[in-house]
Design a protein around this ligand. Structure first.
Ligand SMILES: [Mg+2]
Length: 414
């Protein structure tokens, strides 16, 4: 039986979510003015992580320093990241998506795959139900999505990336020659910059030209494994399943997908720190501690990997968790470009049981606990992440002075 797969992707998620929140508060819509997410508007430090369409017209690009963006567009409105808000919006978005599909896979904070195979009786017209989901999200939550429809995950995802925002696109196999093959090779999912260069040097400019090569030729250029996978993609072939949600969450986790690949420890740590901050706060709120910390990452070849460590003692201290996360990343990451990065805290326990270690500095531990309590308290009273974590940031250690300065600035003072 032919499958029916939807890919649903929030348009400029971080910016849209912040904009929707501000519209509800009666503030100007960030989507309609030159604006960006990232950095501290006062100090002008940090990196642009998302931008509005009006900002794009001024040449503002994702990944550039906020100071440079402001030079291009002096009236640019810069808003710091707010992962607590993003998680809330993500959950609301996925709840609506899940209500339409027998199987949903959370692909990232702002993307899901729905396996709609076998739903023809309830939804005879796939395009009509896609519009219904899209409009419901827009009307109820105040932000827009694109929906891509096809017979596999690859084509559905390629389709959702066509014209934005607030659109539904199909890319069925019969439409591949017309809609996908004329695109430049860089538009093929998971085809990185290095592969693009190799293909261009060999005179292969479009996905169609790539699809018409012999597979061995693509493998010779891109390597056996990557060549095999990308050649299949160019031909619209992908049989990977939509993986349903794991059973009831047994831990706390956060994942971030980036538009521009993560290639440095500085970039990775600034995201991981924000994630540790959020997940540890949620865990403390629930009165839990974790005994296992994991780092998750996805490389350009579609593969999600993770690396974890059991702790000698359960913890709920942000600084201890972030320090484990840094060690894990140093151990397993060799700097290959990353599209997604995340942390997960598992092996939860309620009771306070600690084996005292002779080498443990209990005094410093008490101090870290106090820092967390103070942070949580400020957050309870003033909301979101408008707070500095001096102790965590100072411990960024190996992150390097420049990145640390930037991270200090991205976390606004309480
Ligand atoms: Mg998106």
């Amino acid at each position: 039986m032919e499958r029916l797969i939807f890919h649903i992707d929030v348009n400029s998620a971080f910016l849209s979510w912040e904009a929707a929140k501000r519209v509800r508060e009666g503030l100007p819509d960030l989507r309609e003015i030159p604006s960006c997410i990232g950095g501290d508007p006062k100090s002008r430090r940090g990196i642009v992580t998302a931008k509005s369409i009006p900002a794009k017209k001024y040449g503002v690009t994702t990944g550039e320093p906020v100071a440079m963006a402001i030079r291009k567009c002096p009236e640019l409105v810069c808003v710091p990241s707010d992962f607590t808000l993003y998680e809330k919006c993500s959950r609301a978005f996925k709840k609506i998506c899940a209500s339409y599909a027998p199987v949903m896979e959370s692909f990232s904070i702002d993307e899901v795959f729905l396996d709609m195979t076998g739903t023809q009786l309830i939804y005879p017209d796939p395009v009509a139900v896609a519009y219904e989901i899209k409009d419901k999200i827009r009307d109820e939550l105040g932000f827009t999505v694109n929906v891509g429809i096809s017979v596999n995950k690859l084509l559905a995802k390629m389709a959702s990336d066509f014209e934005k925002p607030d659109r539904v696109h199909t890319l069925f196999p019969s439409e591949v020659p017309e809609k996908m093959w004329p695109l430049p090779v860089r538009d093929l999912l998971f085809l990185g910059k290095a592969s693009e260069q190799k293909l261009l040097q060999a005179g292969i400019k479009t996905i169609g030209e790539m699809a018409r090569c012999r597979e061995e030729e693509i493998q010779r250029l891109l390597g056996k494994k990557a060549g095999h996978q990308l050649y299949a993609y160019a031909n619209g072939i992908d049989d990977s399943p939509v993986r349903g949600e794991r059973e009831e969450a047994k831990g706390y986790s956060a994942e971030t997908t980036v538009e521009d690949d993560i290639v440095t420890y500085e970039q990775a740590f600034s995201i991981l720190l924000a994630q540790c901050d959020v997940v540890a706060a949620r865990m403390r709120r629930d009165g839990k501690k974790c005994s296992c910390v994991a780092v998750t990452w996805r490389t350009l070849d579609f593969k999600t990997r993770s690396h974890q460590r059991k702790l000698d003692n359960p913890t709920d201290i942000t600084e201890e968790i972030f320090s484990q996360v840094k060690t894990l990343l140093y151990e397993c990451w060799k700097g290959q470009p990353l599209r997604l990065i995340g942390v997960a805290l598992t092996d939860l326990s309620d009771e306070e049981y600690r084996q005292m270690s002779l080498f443990e500095n209990t005094q410093s531990r008490e101090k870290q606990k106090k820092v967390d309590e103070a942070v949580d308290d400020i957050r309870r009273r003033f909301g979101n992440s408008m707070i500095t974590r001096a102790s965590t940031l100072n411990s960024a250690g190996k992150v390097g002075r420049k990145a640390k300065a930037q991270m200090d600035n991205e976390n606004m003072k309480a």
